[in-house]
Design a protein around this ligand. Structure first.
Ligand code: PMP
Length: 355
């Protein structure tokens, strides 16, 4: 029996995508080969990469100046590639600290230039999104984490920034979950393993004109320009994760695109948050206006109730509900591929739980 997968990532993927991806491992199309055995430079595989790139462009309505890259090293490598490529020595970047991943991005950026933390929700255990951040005029870029996977908070409005200050976003856990004005950003990155595909590929969307403007010597593999010039084929790209991502992008488009994803995600999140709020033994942890529609974090009133509810859920087909090891409690991740029925099942369990 397939479980209801509330894992934060690697995470649920559409059933049709998994079925097609499984077939391709046996034989890709009529090629007489498994997709795992094929050269990345063969026609069928370059067609996959091209289609994935085109779907990203279409879904996000990207302007021509953007390049779509499929890299390796996880979103974690973007924590240093971003400042390595964009922040010259002595230049300053602004970061908003919204917890775990943002904090890690800040740590890495400090190796390459000056970092000013223009907003932080550390004072309240990262349970809200800092507002009205003042960004000094000389900052090269502002970095935000649009959805905070561990804490369950999400930016629902973009911070204002001075003219000329670039906008960089880690969208690992909410890319393709809602329409965005992608052209307001200069660089977007996302590990694939939530809304996009399996672990192993990192999507980077970069405005080409922001590259090549600093003096630093950048190792070839870590220079975005290398991958821009070679269309993500400088070295062997992670073909299979790109293929599964392409199938997921097709699925998103077939469902009606990002507006349809947002409707679906909002409906699920509203259903769950309302049930948690209504229950006498549970409460959501994040300020109402800043709650994530992807990862809903909540806690029980006692450790005994927490353990009992987790056990009750696990006995009833729910997987991945335990909060991140650093924060505890519960985290229900409800990425694009999750059906409303799975959230309804969790809500039914919540309503039946009377300790
Ligand atoms: N940023 C965010 C928002 C994440 O959720 C994660 C992983 N869960 C990362 C970065 C790190 O990604 P990776 O494991 O691909 O390096």
């Amino acid at each position: 029996m397939k479980k209801h997968n509330f894992s934060a990532g690697p995470a649920i993927l559409p059933a049709t995508v998994l079925a097609e991806a499984a077939e391709a491992v046996k034989e890709f199309g009529q090629e007489g080969l498994s997709i795992l055995e094929m050269s990345h430079r063969s026609k069928p595989i370059t067609a996959v990469v091209d289609e994935a790139r085109d779907l990203v462009r279409e879904l996000l309505e990207l302007e021509d100046d953007f390049e779509v890259l499929f890299l390796t090293g996880g979103a974690s490598s973007q924590f240093f590639m971003v400042p390595m490529n964009l922040l010259g020595e002595g230049e300053t970047a602004a970061y908003i600290d919204t917890g775990t991943w943002a904090t890690k991005a800040i740590k890495e950026a400090k190796n390459f230039g000056e970092v000013v933390v223009v907003g932080s929700s550390a004072d309240k255990d990262y349970t809200y999104i800092p507002k009205a951040c003042q960004i000094p005029a000389h900052c090269k870029y502002l970095h935000i984490t649009t959805n905070n996977t561990v804490r369950g908070s999400q930016f629902h409005h973009l911070p204002e920034r001075p003219e000329g200050c670039l906008l960089v976003a880690d969208m690992s856990s909410d890319i393709f979950s809602r329409p965005i004005d992608a052209n307001q950003y200069d660089l977007i990155y996302a590990g694939a393993q939530k809304n996009l595909g399996p672990a192993g590929v990192t999507l980077v969307i970069v405005r080409k004109s922001i590259l090549g403007n600093i003096q630093r010597q950048i190792p070839t593999m870590l220079d975005y320009q290398t991958h821009v010039k070679k269309g993500s084929m400088f070295n062997t790209p992670p073909v299979y994760p790109i293929y599964v991502s392409m199938l997921t992008l097709r699925w998103i488009q077939g469902q009606g695109g990002l507006k349809a994803m947002q409707r679906r995600n909002k409906e699920k999140a509203d259903l769950l948050y309302q049930a948690v709020e209504a229950h006498p033994n549970f409460r959501p942890t994040v300020a109402k206006a800043d709650r994530s529609i992807m990862n809903a974090c909540f806690v029980a009133d006692t450790a005994a109730h927490e353990a009992a509810f987790l056990a009750y859920c696990e006995a009833n087909g729910i997987s991945g509900l335990k909060g991140h090891r650093s924060v505890g409690g519960f985290r229900a991740s409800m990425y694009n591929a999750m059906d409303l029925a799975s959230v309804q099942h969790l809500v039914d369990l919540l309503n039946n739980f009377k300790p």
